[in-house]
Design a protein around this ligand. Structure first.
Ligand code: PEP
Ligand code: MG
Length: 583
């Protein structure tokens, strides 16, 4: 038989490493949900059928929680259980059965679509991808009612590369990393739960490949490069040899990186940098600790609000306390107050259907007009503050009045604590994200009024270049090395230092090894990033001197285009650190 030629597909690198094996092809069976209108006589029995299915799925999930070997696996299953037990979900389905006479499967599908649509129209990719969890749990219930079994992925053995259209979180939990050498998916993004789990399991993964399932045959040899985001199908002998060589070098590179896990991020001329982690969920703490972070530089607290109805004070308190306690011997934890509203729609907290949500009602703007929600969060934070070293950070501050207003609310909540003798840390540092150009431009005014700055490059680049960070059509304009962006960052650092406050960075740029030396030279004091990037960035910091980093900045700041800056920095970094850094 003549096999089709080798193909190399480019996707999104979701979990680093290189995996080689034989394809195990898994495409989800498409089944049609019955859309039957039931008679009034059947309403009660249909509700019972729904309740029985819910109980059966809950029982399965509970058994899986008990068997879960890893903390983060258990937490995801528990999240699913919570979604399943959500009274709003239950009520909405029963209402559709009773009022609209929909059969139970159809009612669940309808409710699910509504919830998923809201999450998927969210501008925040992280929230958008949480719809996979809802989809997962909803379809479990529908499958249960239709008597369809879930495929047992835990039975895959040999050195396999899992090629799938998509992978639900509950399916990812079944994977055995001893047998699954890599994963390649048609859909998904870097921040999906599947990607988080793949990173926790250390399975090299590439997502967002389009139609990889149509290009691979069962049993084909496949090489997945989770660093470059490349998937080679039926590689030629020469390509396979090249990729295997890269694989060997990668393993060696990783081994060396792990040797520095306990060492400080200090330059050759003795300048110390703080390296912290960004997390979205409590379950990521293990990987924060495994990668030697000095603390948490950004906890995106809006994640706790994913379920309908948001998060109660108690639920938030428990989550904040857990993170603070786990980090208490390591370093501070910076928790950002919720960055929702506008396009970041969270079930039960819908906006006003704004025409321009990116410039609309979000983050502190939302919090200042929904003080009920804001004060609950501040209370939970203050209560948790006695369990570790908490720092509070406000997102999307655009100017001094807004800063004054959020401080005022915080002060009122503190006063309530004082008058009722409730303990909290009086020394909590309170800082702001600098991610709106107006805040950057008046950094000199804001700096004396705050304890620290943390530059949010994801939004700062979006607003400075006027380029929607989620729009693929104009993604070419989204340039961290735009001279305008670099000038702003440089200015924020200078103004912050002039006022004597530390300047951190927690946008994606802080974890991009290509930017490390440049940011170091500009004077960033703290880099906060996804835990997986920490060791690479630390290695770079330990390999250069602050003096040469400053020279690089001087050179780059005199350049007149993104292309020139990109080329120059890439060549500089390649000469020093090779292809794993400049990929
Ligand atoms: C940023 O804007 O850089 C940032 C860290 O916040 P988010 O990505 O959550 O908007
Ligand atoms: Mg932001």
């Amino acid at each position: 038989m003549i096999l089709p030629y080798m193909r190399v597909l480019q996707g999104i690198a979701a979990s680093s490493g290189i995996g080689i094996g034989r394809a195990f092809l898994y495409v989800h069976e498409k089944f049609v949900v019955p859309h039957t209108l039931i008679g009034d006589m059947k309403i009660e029995s249909e509700k019972v059928r729904f309740q029985v299915a819910l109980s059966a799925v809950a029982k399965d999930l509970l058994a899986m929680v008990e068997d879960a070997a890893k903390d983060d696996h258990r937490k995801i299953l528990e999240t699913h259980l919570l979604m399943l037990e959500d009274p709003d979900f239950f009520q909405s389905v029963e209402t559709l059965i009773t009022d609209e006479n929909l059969c139970a499967e159809w009612a669940v599908e309808q409710v699910l679509h509504g919830l998923i649509e809201r999450l998927e129209t969210a501008g925040d990719p992280v929230l958008r991808e949480r719809s996979a969890d809802l989809y997962d749990i909803g379809w479990r219930v529908i499958r249960q009612m239709m008597g369809k079994q879930q495929v047992d992925l835990s039975a895959i053995h040999g050195d396999a590369v899992l090629i799938a259209d998509t992978l639900l979180p509950s399916e990812a939990l079944m994977l055995n990393p001893n047998h699954i050498k890599a994963i390649a998916l048609n859909g998904g993004g870097r921040t999906s739960h599947v990607a988080i789990l793949a990173r926790a399991l250390q399975i090299p993964t590439v997502v967002g490949l389009g139609k990889v399932t149509e290009k691979v045959h069962q049993g084909d040899e496949v090489i997945v490069d989770g660093n470059l985001g490349e998937v080679a199908i039926r590689p030629s002998v020469a390509s396979a040899a090249k990729m295997r060589d890269r694989y060997d070098r990668w393993i060696e590179h990783e081994r060396k990186l792990h040797e520095i896990v306990a060492l400080e991020a200090v330059t050759k001329d003795g300048h110390k940098i703080s390296l912290k982690a960004n997390i979205e969920t409590v379950e990521e703490i293990d990987s924060v600790l495994d990668n030697g972070a000095d603390g948490i530089g950004l906890f995106r607290s809006e994640f706790l609000f994913l379920k309908p109805g948001g998060a109660t004070e108690e639920e938030q308190f428990v989550a904040y306390k857990e993170v603070l306690e786990k980090l208490s011997n390591i370093g501070p934890v910076t928790i950002r107050t919720i960055d929702v509203g506008g396009d970041k729609v969270i079930p039960g907290m819908e906006g006003l259907g704004e025409e321009n949500p990116i410039l609309g009602w979000r983050a502190v703007r939302f919090c200042l007009s929904r003080k009920d929600i804001f004060r609950v969060q501040l209370r939970a934070l203050l209560r948790a503050s006695v369990y570790g070293k908490l720092k509070i950070m406000f997102p999307m501050i655009s100017g001094p009045e807004e800063l004054e207003n959020v401080h005022m609310v915080l002060e009122q909540v503190k006063e309530e604590f004082r008058s009722s003798n409730q303990p909290f840390d009086e020394e909590i540092e309170v800082g702001i994200m600098v991610e709106v150009p107006s805040a950057a431009l008046c950094a000199d005014i804001l700096a004396p009024k705050t304890d620290f700055f943390s530059i949010g490059t994801n939004d700062l680049i979006q607003y400075t270049i006027a380029v929607d960070r989620g729009n693929e059509k104009i993604a070419y304009l989204y340039q961290p090395f735009h001279p305008g962006v670099l000038r702003l960052i440089n200015m924020i650092v200078k103004k912050g230092h002039h006022a004597g406050i530390p300047v951190a960075m927690c946008g994606e740029m802080a974890g991009d090894p290509l930017s490390t030396v440049l940011l170091l030279g500009m004077g960033i004091d703290e880099f906060s990033m996804s835990p997986q990037s920490l060791l690479e960035v630390k290695h770079i910091i330990r390999s250069v001197s602050l003096a040469e980093a400053r020279e690089l900045v001087e050179k780059v700041m005199a350049m007149d285009s993104c292309v020139n800056i990109n080329t120059y920095v890439r060549e500089w970094m390649y000469a020093r650190f090779g292809d794993f850094v400049t990929a």
